[in-house]
Design a protein around this ligand. Structure first.
Ligand code: AHR
Length: 576
């Protein structure tokens, strides 16, 4: 009689078969319980990681750790903008703690003003003396005071030291407005040499910008041509959007500087959108200025419903299920990369995952006017690590990614309410992944038993604010996942390995080998908590924080390290 396979034995014999056979030690046991010689003794390990430094994937763009803020609930007003006369610590009206935290994670890019808000926003409303600005009806059932506008946003970016990424209003404004916004932002000060017989002269919009306080051009390079045009951005078909994209970008001034236009991509894993969009865009042989394709992929807190479930109260089953559905980011990235690549004549368009995160239902918001604000636990920290590792493993495909959203929102790094402020566990993961910025991703194989997803029978609800779709259920979650990179200035000797152990109870003792090299030494940091529901709040801002990792022993050029349950670890390994 056949014994029913456990999740572990199924995993070992099925999913990891290719790698398993290559890794002789683990291949000896289908259950992953093996004995390795260490200091001449036998040692039991649960998993194996093999890093292959010679198999490079690509340079990890620092812009995959980017940010997003929208005029929504308490994101801009209170989260970012407190006003110059506020008692809250600020720099010219911008919350100082926000600036400091964004600097601490070396935020490379900040996206604004939305989101869905962008497609009904008139950029003129945020210009000029603040006491003269008009309050306007805005998306998210808001009345927007317009105290925070284009100049305030650019000052925020300057204080952080990051690049601005503007989303254009494609639903509510004609192409002329985008051209003028580019001109207003990027026309240099002073006389502009003319390509006509007319003498060089100043640009009137640059003069207006200077009158509003900024003579220096903003030099905005990244432009989103609309947002979620399949939903709140205009309910368009891919063909309608392709026509709009061509018309809005066919001619725009660039003042001799690089411009990166990002087209609205799919909701979640809607490959049909991308296939039809690219077919339509490239059916026309005209030169088109497409640099990147945006992807929005959120992970709902509920297996049954989009943007539901509780941020703080969740069962073990819901924990595993959320991480399983979050791991689908890998499929989303590779599916769309393939769909773009299948388009004849398509140049090197990159993926821009400019909205991602775990999205829960109401229940933990900071207050009634803090729409979509939610708490963040260790579960969200693990999702952050899993997501970054996916982007890093796909360093050749993903050029930009922005978490939604940086403060007081869906998957935030910060919570801020009046004079109270704290960082979330997600902030710590952003810090822990800093060594990967600009490093070279290298292929790394993880061999560990899969975890059964107890809720893996439900089709997956994906969506955004105004569109809901479904993906096929996923039954298993990687028992250990991560990625590795070689530091740009380390002469091939400095390796960063980040690892997520999602098991709630099980520490994962793991043999780490580097093909063609030996491990000489390692240091590390770890984010863990004894309860995955743990989180920070204003009264307890340091419940979850990083600690030095108890790095395991190096023997025979290999490292044996134990990854604690429900943890994110960064190991910095020196190769011999
Ligand atoms: O991030 C919140 C909203 O989610 C954004 O405004 C929209 O683009 C998406 O649906």
């Amino acid at each position: 009689m056949k014994t029913p396979a456990t999740a572990e034995t199924r995993t070992a014999t099925h999913t990891s078969r290719r790698t398993f056979l290559r890794q002789s030690a683990l291949a000896a046991s289908a259950a992953g319980l093996v004995r390795l010689p260490l200091h001449g003794q036998a040692m039991q390990v649960d998993a194996h990681i093999e890093v292959m430094p010679a198999e490079t994937i690509g340079v990890i763009s620092p812009e995959i750790y980017s940010h997003f803020i929208e005029h929504l609930g308490g994101v801009i007003y209170d989260g970012v903008w407190v006003g110059e006369r506020s008692k809250i610590r600020n720099v010219n009206g911008i919350r100082k703690d926000f600036i400091d935290t964004m600097r601490a994670v070396q935020a490379p890019v900040l996206r604004w003003p939305g989101g869905c808000f962008a497609d009904s926003y008139d950029w003129h409303d945020g210009l000029g003396p603040r006491d003269k600005r008009r309050a306007r009806a805005a998306f998210w059932d808001q009345q927007d005071s317009n105290q925070y506008g284009l100049h305030e946003f650019m000052h925020t970016c300057r204080l952080i030291g990051c690049k601005p990424y503007l989303a254009a209003n494609l639903r509510g404004q004609p192409a002329k407005e985008l051209i003028e916004e580019i001109e207003y932002c990027n026309a240099p000060a002073g006389n502009i040499p003319s390509n006509s017989a007319a003498p060089a002269m100043p640009d009137s919009l640059a003069t207006m910008r200077a009158a509003n306080g900024d003579a220096e051009a903003f030099n905005v390079e990244l432009w989103g041509i609309g947002n979620e045009s399949w939903g709140c951005g205009g309910t368009m078909t891919p063909e309608e959007y392709a026509a709009a994209f061509r018309r809005y970008t066919a001619w725009t001034p660039d003042y001799g500087k690089p411009m990166r236009f990002v087209a609205v991509g799919p909701n979640g894993d809607d490959v049909d959108w991308t296939t039809r969009l690219f077919k339509s865009l490239y059916a026309n042989p005209e030169r088109r200025k497409l640099w990147g394709l945006s992807i929005h992929y959120y992970t709902s807190g509920s297996a049954q419903k989009f943007a539901a479930g509780d941020a703080l109260n969740f069962s073990d089953d819901e924990y595993y299920d959320l991480l399983t559905r979050g791991s689908l980011m890998d499929k989303v990235v590779t599916d769309h990369w393939r769909a773009m690549g299948d388009t004849p004549g398509q140049p090197n368009v990159k993926l821009v995952v400019d909205e991602w995160g775990a999205w829960y239902g109401k229940g933990t918001q900071l207050g009634p006017n803090y729409n979509l604000s939610q708490q963040s636990t260790m579960r969200d920290a693990l999702l952050t690590g899993i997501t970054f590792d996916i982007f890093q493993r796909n360093a050749d495909k993903v050029a930009v990614a922005a978490v939604a959203q940086s403060v007081n929102c869906i998957h935030s790094l910060m919570l801020a309410q009046e004079d109270r402020f704290c960082v979330t566990p997600t902030f710590h993961v952003f810090r822990m992944y800093l060594p990967h910025h600009g490093a070279t991703a290298v292929r790394t194989e993880f061999t560990a038993s899969l975890i059964d997803n107890p809720l893996g029978d439900t089709p997956i609800q994906v969506g955004g604010n105004s569109y809901i779709g479904q993906l096929a259920p996923v039954k298993t979650l990687a028992g250990l996942s991560g990625s590795a990179s070689l530091a740009a200035n380390g002469n091939g000797k400095l390796l960063t390995l980040t690892v997520v152990n999602p098991h709630l109870q099980k520490p994962m003792t793991t043999e780490i080998a580097v093909r063609g090299a030996s491990v000489a030494a390692a240091t590390g940091s770890v984010l863990r908590s004894h309860d995955v529901h743990d989180h920070n709040d204003f009264a307890h801002p340091e419940t979850v924080k990083t600690a030095p990792a108890a790095v395991g022993a190096v023997s025979g050029g290999r490292l044996v390290h134990t990854f604690p349950p429900a943890s994110v670890t960064t190991l910095q390994i020196t190769l011999g």
